[in-house]
Design a protein around this ligand. Sequence first.
Ligand code: ZN
Length: 106
Amino acid sequence: MPICPKCRQTNRQIKDGRTPAGSQRYRCKLCACRYTPQPKDHGYDQDIRLHALHLHLEGVSLRGISRILAVNHQTAANWINGYTNYLPADLPDSILDLARLDGLIK
Ligand SMILES: [Zn+2]
């Protein structure tokens, strides 16, 4: 569960819609504070991030990726930079193979 940034409680934190970028927002029912934990990365699951990386490795531009996946292009850039900076070993083989072909990893 998220932690309220004001009163530091973890109980009675309820979902409260999303930011324009798609991040999950929360509201604390104890102090009524509204907040977005880790606004850059949350709100999207692993699948869509992998999809973004896959498109990138296929040569699709960031703008193209943002259009295809309906995400902000800066969001897509953050995901791709995150992955290409340190491609995790637990990526699916299909993605790792592409990354190798692309010279991102050895
Ligand atoms: Zn609170």
